[in-house]
Design a protein. Structure first.
Lengths: 206, 206, 206, 206
């Protein structure tokens, strides 16, 4: 099966999920008594969560293009794992809104933050599982020959990318702010171009 | 007429429908008195319906790619049947939300479940009608030569795929939970890769 | 300039507009006292408007593919007219919701229906203006040679397609139901495949 | 890395952002006592903002296609700057809704207008930064040879495009209506085809 429609469908779902994030930003009711500046300032968790999720989805898209670029065909097992990955991405507008709504609350804030970083952990895990399947069980679908050592190295780097999200989920019990900060730091770390500027785009999360 | 834009438009509609499902997940109001964990747990029908619909739309997309891959051109009759199929897919975020909202209600729950599985039945029927049209009335548009026996076999398998949804719709009168469970079982059955892992992706729903 | 991205962008906007129509369908609040069947039955204007708008946008997409297929390149004037056309399509989820909300009201129903069919008229007009520009002022961008007679005939047929919407807008003052019925009849007329089944897809609205 | 998926993803995000603008148009509640005509007339800021933002996003899409057409490959630094640009576009449905909601308010209207034109300024700035990076630091990725003089001229024109938005943001303190009018004038100026009709599409904002 040709992979062009898989790429088009994945691009569509990821582009929609990243753009739907804007629906989590709410316009304060005019004439509510307090000033607009005050109302908008109160919503800073929504803006912070928006930026972190936007960057994170953008990075996963970059990694997704890099992962699929290696393939010359797909089969049903790959379509299935790709669908699982897309589900974990498509749900992010919800977990982002949840985290933003509860960040400053005095009840539920730890659970909301844990769900947020947990959803990012799940997304990274789905990416890892799909990548592992391609590199270990579908070697004959790859364009280029990768030695077992290279493949193990790629997957090890990929697996290490799960650690910050696992840590962020764990510290949600202590501070939801810390969870958001860690997720944001991960996004900035992978989004920023390497100083050489010529790193192959698939480098980051792997 | 070239089929590339038909694929692009269909990919777009299906990708949007599958991603819009997330709008059916609602963030509980902070500070509502009960704990967030309790509020989220109460919403389990929404999460279950989300997963079932996401998988189902994902499968219909896989089957759609397989169906169109066989074609080397399209005409107005195909565009029309494709539009009908897309309408049955595009409406699923509504019927999914309806089912999720009423699953635990004490009134209307049977009707809501019947509408949900009925909408999946309608989608499968639209797929079957389009597929039948291609295989019987547009044979000269197909890339490969399929013997009448092969074509009948494909359509028979396709028609059998309607039965679980018809059954799920019928049992909605008894239990909406059973309806959801059947729809979920169908989704998992078709989504899971066959054990060989090399089944052609068009096999499942046909 | 290559037309591939114009097609991709137009497919995207049209696919999103047609899929966003589902957001106009509302799930009745559970436990509102009246039966779900009754509540859903009351919403029939929303379902009727959904189907009419879905078919209409689907037809305009078919005509759009046919129109662009004739071109071998685009310039800024074409991009501008295409953007105008896309704006008239992208606004349809709003005018559809407006018509559905007011169809059974005792105040505003005539205006809402006039706005609905007026928006369809505007869309057809934008299509006509763009088509006219291509056939008269951008002849050198066309793949095929069309004689002036053929071009006039195409545009005359195209212009005649405006009449039903103009009529539907006029009768909105008498009956919004009639307006919706006319718009629905137009959609069905153009959507249904011709009996030969091999009509070139660009035939309908032109 | 091939640029096809970058174009597809960007087309997706921009097409979704431009189409989501329609969610900012609200259907007045039927039976609210006042006439529908009156209610709709009261919403004119929403319609004006819709048209201005639709045109502006359409123009940035035209410029984006022109910018990417010059490239024959992309690297991580380009993907990162493109993601930043897409974020400034994806947020426009929010800032548009904010401006529309406050235009006629007696409190917060200046801030809302400043945020609106500020978001357009940010978008233009992100475009300029990305364009500058391509023309100065990624010359070896360009299809065509551009002399340093040509590149400076293109960037100077591009930088001049920031001025109207900076001015519109500054005058928001005086009159939000003036801010909207300036943003609208910019959109019309760049959207309208040049009289020759054959200007290369990348001319406008650069």
């Amino acid at each position: 099966m040709n992979k062009a429609r898989v790429e088009a469908f994945s691009d569509g779902v990821i582009a929609i999920a990243i753009t739907l994030l804007v629906l989590d930003l709410h316009v304060p009711e005019p004439g509510s008594g307090t000033s607009l500046a005050h109302e908008l300032a109160k919503q800073w968790p929504s803006y912070a969560a928006y930026v972190v999720s936007f960057l994170t989805i953008g990075i996963i898209w970059i990694n997704h293009t890099a992962m699929l670029r290696r393939l010359n065909r797909v089969d049903h097992s790959i379509l299935f794992l790709n669908l699982m990955l897309l589900m974990t991405i498509a749900v992010l507008p919800f977990t982002t809104a949840l985290m933003a709504a509860y960040l400053k609350a005095t009840d539920g804030e730890n659970l909301a933050a844990a769900i947020y970083s947990g959803s990012l952990l799940l997304m990274s895990l789905a990416f890892f599982v799909m990548h592992r399947h391609l590199l270990l069980a579908r070697v004959h679908f790859l364009h280029e020959h990768l030695t077992p050592e290279v493949r193990s190295a790629v997957l090890r780097r990929n697996a290490r990318g799960l650690l910050p999200y696992a840590f962020a989920t764990a510290v949600a019990a202590l501070s939801p702010y810390l969870t958001l900060a860690i997720c944001g730091a991960v996004a900035v770390f992978y989004a920023l171009p390497a100083t050489t500027g010529d790193t192959p785009p698939e480098a980051p999360i792997e």
